[in-house]
Design a protein around this ligand. Structure first.
Ligand code: SF4
Length: 401
């Protein structure tokens, strides 16, 4: 049983979504500490845009200093009391440890001066994590998300080093260092539609003892013709729902889908209706849109904004950043007529891209999302407590599942 009180999908708070002209003050930056990686995953989106090789290997000192100044100005100008930084790459832990510590100290100083809480997280393959890194991450309260695709036979197929060798054992070693320091990492997996999701769930939950994680579709555009993901996600949902949900296991993308279906806002880039306001700080100080948009092609996220010359909020006026922001809310005609509009929201904005129509398409996984949402709705709808509005004029309709 899904323990939510459902607001009917058609009555959800679309009014609360800002219109395309309004960009709220940024409260989140993806900080690229490194533009390179220590491994060579075959499906990686990051290196699909060769422009990345023109960037410094790690965040320059000049860019780091400028960013800290811009961040403090931004927090003061918009009187923010909370800001989120996610350290990312490439592999962010290629960034030297001493510089990571110095950066954390600068952020603590900004917190002291402004009174703004700056939450920090890192997304890593965990291979470089040793006792010292674990201690640093713990000391500065940096939450950790580790990329791991499941048991060795699944993970090692695609997450390989530059000699083609699997990296599963190295990642597990990093997780052990984190746990020895008392850090319980989150987990992010990329789904391989040709594998069995039950195998992944049982490995992650029963073998690793991890109860909160995410499983994402492979990043792809309409030029890629990727295999569909419906069978995989339907089975993932069924196994989770029938076996693991009652144990408190949470899978973020499934959570987002259920939240969307019952009329709430979802908190996922993968599915859900809402603006994408991500700002990415590159290693040379340039400010770009959501990094996954690199799958669109060379130079696809390049802007003329940089913390060396601009305030953080200035990137909102850059045509490429703006296009991504507007595309995240102005959905194509097919999506606008779709019964799953509120819950799917057109899927991930990068997955809508085609060279002919740019972002004006449904997701490349549209057929799959329809099947998956129909299936989930069929299974959860009998268990929901639906609070209908009494006003007959606003009578809700449920998705036709
Ligand atoms: S299911 Fe397809 S048509 Fe419907 S909102 Fe999602 S991408 Fe658009």
């Amino acid at each position: 049983m899904v323990n939510v009180e459902a607001e009917a999908p058609s009555t959800r708070a679309k009014d609360a979504i800002p219109v395309a002209e309004e960009v709220p003050p940024f409260a989140f930056v993806l900080v690229k500490l490194a533009s390179r990686c220590n491994i060579n995953c075959t499906y990686c989106y990051w290196f699909r845009d060769a422009e990345v090789y023109n960037k410094p290997a790690v965040l320059t000192v000049e860019a780091e200093d400028a960013f800290c100044q811009r961040l403090e100005q931004h927090i003061e100008e918009f009187e923010l009391d909370h800001f989120v930084l996610i350290f990312h790459g490439g592999e962010p832990l290629l960034f030297p440890k001493h510089r990571f510590v110095e950066l954390q100290e600068k952020l603590l100083d900004i917190e002291d001066r402004t009174g703004c809480e700056i939450s920090r997280g890192v997304c890593t393959n965990a291979i470089l994590i040793d006792g010292e890194w674990a201690d640093i991450l713990k000391s500065y309260n940096v939450t950790v998300s580790v990329s791991l695709d499941g048991p060795p036979d699944i993970h090692d197929k695609y997450r390989v080093d530059f000699k083609g060798r699997g990296t599963h054992a190295d990642t597990l070693r990093g997780i052990e260092f984190l746990r020895a320091e008392g850090i319980e990492p989150g987990l992010i997996s990329v789904c391989n539609p040709h594998t069995d999701p039950e195998q992944i769930l049982s490995y992650v939950v029963e073998k690793l003892g991890i109860k909160e994680f995410d499983i994402l579709p492979p990043d792809a555009t309409h030029s890629d013709n990727p295999p569909q993901i419906s069978d995989y996600f339907i089975k993932l949902f069924d196994v989770w729902y029938d076996k693991y949900a009652a144990q408190g296991v949470r899978i973020r993308t499934l959570d987002a889908m259920i939240q969307g279906l019952v009329g709430n806002f979802s908190v996922s880039d993968t599915v859900g209706l809402g603006p994408i306001e991500t700002v990415t700080l590159m290693t040379d100080g340039s400010l770009e849109p959501l990094d996954v948009l690199r799958i669109v092609g060379d130079g696809s996220t390049k802007t003329n904004s940089s913390v060396l010359n601009n305030a953080l909020q200035d990137v909102q006026n850059d045509p490429r950043w703006r296009e991504a922001f507007e595309a995240s809310m102005e959905l194509c005609e097919t999506c606008q007529k779709c019964e799953f509009l509120d819950s799917c929201g057109g899927g991930h904005v990068a997955h809508r891209w085609s060279p002919e129509r740019r972002f004006d398409n449904p997701s490349v996984y549209c057929d799959s999302w329809k099947s998956i949402f129909s299936h989930i709705w069929k299974r959860i709808s009998p268990t929901l407590i639906v609070e209908y509005e009494t006003d007959a004029a606003s009578s809700p309709t449920m998705p036709n599942a």
